[in-house]
Design a protein around this ligand. Structure first.
Ligand SMILES: Nc1ncnc2c1ncn2[C@@H]1O[C@H](COP(=O)(O)OP(=O)(O)O)[C@@H](O)[C@H]1O
Ligand SMILES: [Mg+2]
Length: 318
């Protein structure tokens, strides 16, 4: 994994990951928001946190070639009051995981879908919005800003006064397990991969998004750091009570983190299975030694292998 060059525009930069070091970007479009009084509504009456209804995305390349990235994808992730949920999206490369996530984020060229509807908190997605924060695998911090200025960036864009935003940023730096005294003044190149992802998470969560979109955020980390980051995510997610959509290649990660796991198949990209899992309540290392965990991982690994074998057959699946 290479490091982001200075000022590089992170692919698919969401509002929490602004695309330049230059002035803050204006909101691209009004984002969906929950209707007034919605918080009090019982779960059955509340709009879903995220809903895909029959969503197809076909990319057209320069030469007029088309590629069906996802085909008639439908799923519903409920908005649980004071709770939130982590949904894992698991599947082989090219099955449309990033397409799904970026459609929720409202980012081009995935947005808008070719057909079907994507809604967040009951409102159709019309573009990016700060109520959906995104964390990528690539380290997306600004190389010429210190940790505290990276974490405070979104608040700066919102016009929050320096003293207030720095105090809040220092609080978040501590909450993601960094040392405010030692680390706040460092630049990204002085940090390890795990520390940089902690900064990326702090920078996203400081804006309190209702929906957090994570695209293989721990994919470049070593196994031990990865487990630490999984524990951190579960702890923070309990605090912020957001709905998390988490894309991963790792079956273990999907099973540990996910309250539900969407298994995706390829050619064309689609949801093959939706499985409910026990919520992550114990630390990752403890959970991963339990029999139910091994059974689920084994079953899902076999499922993914079958999906990969099908995709490699000359006539594809079916
Ligand atoms: N901008 C694009 N233009 C053309 N094809 C694309 C584009 N983005 C993704 N694809 C294709 O769509 C399919 C799904 O891609 P993606 O959502 O990135 O899958 P995943 O994240 O599961 O690896 C792949 O076949 C990929 O090559
Ligand atoms: Mg991807």
């Amino acid at each position: 994994m290479s490091e982001s060059p200075a000022g590089r525009v992170p692919e698919g930069a969401a509002p929490a990951v602004p695309p330049t070091t230059a002035p803050c970007q204006p909101r691209a479009a009004p984002g969906p928001s929950a209707p007034a009084g919605d918080q009090a509504a019982p779960a059955a009456e509340r709009p879903a946190a995220v809903e895909f209804r029959d969503v197809t995305k076909i990319y057209t390349s320069g030469g007029g070639r088309t590629a069906v990235a996802i085909d008639h994808v439908s799923f519903t992730i409920p908005d649980l009051v004071g709770h939130g949920e982590i949904s894992s999206f698991l599947g082989p490369s090219g099955c449309g995981k990033s397409t799904v996530l970026r459609l929720v984020a409202g980012l081009e060229p995935q947005h808008p879908p070719t057909s079907g509807t994507v809604t967040v908190l009951g409102q159709p997605v019309v573009g990016p919005s700060a109520d959906r924060g995104m964390v990528f695998q690539d380290y997306t911090s600004f190389d010429n800003r210190t940790v505290v200025d990276n974490v405070a960036f979104g608040l700066e864009c919102r016009g929050v006064a320096r003293r207030t935003r720095e105090a809040e940023a220092l609080d978040w730096i501590a909450r993601v397990g960094l040392d405010p005294l030692r680390d706040a003044g460092k630049y990204p190149h002085e940090l390890s991969g795990g520390m940089r992802q902690r900064v990326a998470i702090a920078r996203t969560l400081i804006l309190r998004p209702r929906v957090i979109l994570m695209d293989e955020p721990f994919g470049a980390l070593d196994p031990a750091t990865r487990l630490d980051m999984q524990d951190l995510l579960v702890r923070l997610w309990h605090e912020v009570e957001a709905t998390v959509l988490f894309v991963t290649h790792s079956v273990e990660e999907a099973v540990y983190l996910g309250d539900r796991v969407f298994v995706m198949a390829t050619t064309p990209g689609r949801i093959a299975e939706e499985i409910h899992m026990p919520a992550a309540s114990a630390p990752a290392r403890e959970t991963q030694s339990q029999p139910w965990f091994h059974e689920q991982v084994h079953r899902l690994q076999e499922r993914i292998e079958r999906i990969e074998a099908e995709a490699q057959r000359p006539n594809g699946p079916g």
